[in-house]
Design a protein around this ligand. Structure first.
Ligand SMILES: Cc1cc2nc3c(=O)[nH]c(=O)nc-3n(C[C@H](O)[C@H](O)[C@H](O)COP(=O)(O)OP(=O)(O)OC[C@H]3O[C@@H](n4cnc5c(N)ncnc54)[C@H](O)[C@@H]3O)c2cc1C
Ligand SMILES: NC(=O)C1=CN([C@@H]2O[C@H](COP(=O)(O)OP(=O)(O)OC[C@H]3O[C@@H](n4cnc5c(N)ncnc54)[C@H](OP(=O)(O)O)[C@@H]3O)[C@@H](O)[C@H]2O)C=CC1
Ligand SMILES: O=C(O)C(=O)Cc1c[nH]c2ccccc12
Length: 426
């Protein structure tokens, strides 16, 4: 990714430059978080500009997820503010349904992101009290650099902006195919193949399950401890149950109950090599951001031997992998389900609100959404889509209240003209 940011600086000859004043906030990212913030601003008649590096909204969902993906939290925890899912959507909408919902959401709230604009740099100019946001967009022959100048900057680039590619001895010389889970679409082409899935978060588990369903032979690398809970207990969503219990009981007690329920449904999973962490599942999610696995069938495949659980990797040798227990496995292909990270440190020139890991420093004390000098973050509180929705509502209220004080509230008749002068080129 660093390379991508560097490449964009080359070919200066073909570069054209523009500068655009934005009368309102600039939102970086047109995923669910950026869309939710834009919709809430739209409802308050605050104009905005959304910048998106991809050529579509929700690029994580449209381009970097596998075919069989469904939301794994019930739909009421995944809908964005001000527009519920259609009633005929199932409890766990499919990826296609979720994308369709997001497309109609963008249409309904008149959100028209500027696509193919990758933010390269953003800094607060103390002298003017304004943010300067630089993007590069590339076509075949030209490169356009645009600088947006605005009072508010909303970071909505997500917790999953870039893939994590681990450095493993010998992997670069491995003779088979190596892909990251975000490029895995289906197990179709892996039938009969020995596939090493590195990582056992929700991605690793679901990729392994999909591979097993397509008659591949997956081995899943589990190098440390993890929590697995059934997606449902007696037909009720485990996550929903946890949320309900948290209204009445302390976190540690909810975790104890969840562990008993998980044991009743899944049995003792430690005997398959899936060791549980000391800390409970919801506490671990809230303290370290590590999402528990919500099982939709992988454990059954492990039990029946269709998914082979293996310990950490020592190194790759040709088409073999050597594990930390000394065992050697033949491998045809590798899927790195090794997770994601934020890309904020690569482009945002700021170190007071955002930490080096690209997350706001204040996530733990529930202030992960507001920085100083007009800076905001949406979707970084490690609470999935419902956390993003909560941030979006607060951010739009915060910006909206200043906006209302400083601008005359437009009447319905003058709204059209307000929107037409959102940006001005000079
Ligand atoms: C496979 C998978 C399944 C998931 N399932 C669920 C679920 O069921 N429920 C749930 O609550 N959460 C789920 N999540 C968590 C996920 O983080 C959210 O669903 C959601 O996508 C977060 O939205 P976001 O807008 O914050 O980030 P994203 O969806 O990642 O959107 C960020 C956008 O910013 C753009 N961008 C990044 N950098 C730049 C830049 N420099 N310039 C311009 N644009 C940029 C990206 O292209 C992207 O379109 C899942 C995550 C994954 C990976
Ligand atoms: N259906 C759904 O809704 C789905 C939701 N998701 C969500 O997407 C987000 C990302 O999930 P995911 O992609 O699974 O990422 P995670 O960060 O949750 O998991 C990454 C996994 O990779 C392992 N890992 C990392 N590096 C190595 C290495 N060098 N060797 C061995 N193992 C390694 C980690 O192990 P360790 O813990 O030891 O570091 C961990 O098991 C989560 O929030 C998840 O809930 C994902 C898929 C489906
Ligand atoms: O699916 C994800 O990645 C999420 O972050 C959703 C989520 C938020 N809190 C949780 C607790 C347990 C399982 C999933 C989630």
């Amino acid at each position: 990714m660093e390379n991508m940011f560097r490449l964009m600086d080359q070919d200066q000859d073909l570069t054209t430059n523009r500068c655009i004043w934005v009368n309102g906030p600039v939102i970086v990212g047109a995923g669910p978080s950026g869309l939710a913030t834009a919709a809430c601003l739209h409802e308050q008649n605050v104009p905005f500009v959304v910048l998106e590096r991809a050529d579509c909204i929700a690029s994580l969902w449209q381009k970097r997820t596998y075919d069989r993906l469904k939301l794994h939290l019930p739909k009421q925890f995944c809908q964005l503010p001000k527009m519920p899912f259609p009633e005929d959507f199932p409890e766990y909408p499919t990826k296609r349904q979720f994308i369709d919902y997001l497309e109609s959401y963008a249409t309904r709230f008149e959100i028209n992101p500027k696509f193919n604009e990758c933010v390269q740099n953003a800094r607060f100019d103390e002298t003017s009290g304004l943010w300067r946001v630089k993007t590069v967009s590339k076509s075949e022959s030209t490169q356009t650099e645009v600088e947006y100048i605005c009072r508010w900057l909303v970071v909505a680039t997500g917790e999953n902006a870039e893939r994590v590619m681990p450095e493993i001895d010998g992997l670069s010389e491995f003779s088979g195919e190596v892909i990251h889970a975000c490029d895995y679409k289906s197990g179709d082409k892996f039938a009969g193949k020995k596939v090493l899935v590195v990582g056992c978060g929700n991605s690793g588990m679901e990729v392994s399950l999909d591979l097993a369903n397509h008659f591949a032979k997956p081995s899943m690398v589990v190098r440390s401890s993890l929590h697995v809970m059934p997606r449902e207990v007696m037909g009720k969503s485990t996550f929903e149950l946890a949320m309900k219990m948290l209204r009445w009981f302390p976190l540690w007690l909810v975790d104890k109950i969840l562990l008993v329920l998980s044991w009743m449904v899944l049995g003792n999973i430690e005997k398959y090599g899936l060791k549980r962490p000391e800390m409970g599942p919801m506490e671990l999610k809230s303290v370290k951001g590590k999402t528990p696995v919500l099982d939709i069938g992988a454990i059954e495949k492990i039990r029946s031997g269709k998914i082979n659980v293996v310990p950490g990797i020592k190194r790759f040798n040709g088409n073999q992998v050597e594990l930390v227990n000394g065992e050697q496995l033949d491998v045809d292909s590798v899927v790195l389900a090794t997770g994601y990270r934020s890309n904020v440190p690569y482009w945002l020139q700021e170190n007071e609100f955002f930490a080096k890991n690209g997350f706001p420093k204040t996530v733990a004390d529930n202030n992960g959404w507001k920085g100083r000098t007009g800076l905001y973050a949406v979707g970084f509180t490690r609470k999935g889509l419902s956390g993003a929705s909560m941030d979006a509502v607060k951010i739009a209220q915060d910006i909206g209240s200043v906006w209302k004080l400083e601008t005359k509230q437009p009447t319905k008749r003058s709204r059209g003209s307000l929107r037409r002068c959102i940006s001005q080129q000079f």
